[in-house]
Design a protein around this ligand. Structure first.
Ligand SMILES: [Zn+2]
Ligand SMILES: [Zn+2]
Length: 280
């Protein structure tokens, strides 16, 4: 094709393709391995305090029979005749706008530029599916949606390409009583109206086990008490922790026993007398 053909705005593209084909040796077409995702469920406490887990990952490993080449051992690999070893074939199409070149992966060699006798183990792929046990250190403070990256534990690369990474995506199984809010733990405790008036000490579940919580006398319903440093360790700063926030619910009895009713009535009368006498 003469210079006269290059008159349309797509010229630049076709010349770039030409350069590309000329420069890239298809024989050394290294392909990096794909990244993999592994979903890992953790208990509420495992996510908070961290845990060591052994996971089993199914991935494509380098075929040991052919050492990843895809060729049956002892056979010779020859240059693909369909593409002359380029791995790509170029077809030209004449249109009213000019001549277009299409670059396509060679179908005879799948772009490798080589013709080989395929390895019996991997069928020429150079990789085989294997499962591998991987020890994983989950740091304290992870939450649902946290992603841990394990370098080079994804699929193997091909023709000298780098292996992909393994991404472990965390899912935390919720706890039945403790709720998580970032680095804080939320809990609701119920106390009787008498305890609210007089104050008390209640046992409260925390991620460290049961703990005493002092309820001050005269606490108002809905008050939130802070149990400092009973929350979630900060990710990568595990010596720092969030808090446990305890919301205090005051229960008013729907029914009173005879004696209790009498006492409350006495209390009511006492209040009335106080008000009538104008004391305080
Ligand atoms: Zn093989
Ligand atoms: Zn070919």
């Amino acid at each position: 094709m003469g210079m006269g053909d290059f008159t349309n705005p797509f010229d630049l593209f076709s010349s770039l393709f030409d350069m590309d084909i000329g420069n890239r040796g298809a024989r050394n077409m290294a392909a990096d391995g794909e990244d993999l995702i592994f979903n890992l469920s953790l208990t509420f406490k495992e996510a908070i305090f961290g845990v060591e887990k052994e996971i089993e990952v199914s991935r494509l490993d380098c075929c040991t029979t052919c050492d990843g080449s895809g060729a049956k051992p002892g056979t010779n690999t020859t240059t693909c005749t369909a593409c002359g070893g380029q791995g790509q074939v170029v077809s030209s199409a004449r249109t009213p706008l000019g001549v277009f070149q299409h670059v396509m992966t060679c179908s005879a060699c799948s772009g490798t530029g080589e013709k080989l006798t395929p390895c019996n183990t991997c069928g020429g792929e150079g990789r085989v599916r294997k499962s591998k046990r991987i020890s994983l250190k989950v740091p304290a403070g992870v939450d649902s949606g946290s992603r841990l990256r394990v370098r080079s534990e994804g699929n193997a690369g091909r023709r000298g390409g780098m292996p992909g990474d393994l991404f472990v995506v965390i899912k935390v199984i919720p706890d039945s009583v403790l709720k998580r809010d970032g680095v804080n733990i939320l809990y609701t405790c119920k106390i009787s109206y008498v305890d609210a008036i007089l104050g008390t000490i209640v046992k409260v579940p925390t991620v460290d086990g049961m703990a005493d919580l002092k309820i001050p006398a005269g606490i108002q319903p809905g008050t939130t008490l802070v149990m400092a440093k009973k929350g979630v360790p900060l990710l990568n700063k595990s010596n720092m922790r969030g808090d446990q926030l305890v919301r205090v619910k005051v229960e008013i009895p729907r029914q009173l026993g005879d004696k209790e009713r009498k006492l409350v009535e006495e209390l009511a009368n006492l209040k009335k007398t106080k008000t009538l006498n104008g004391r305080r």
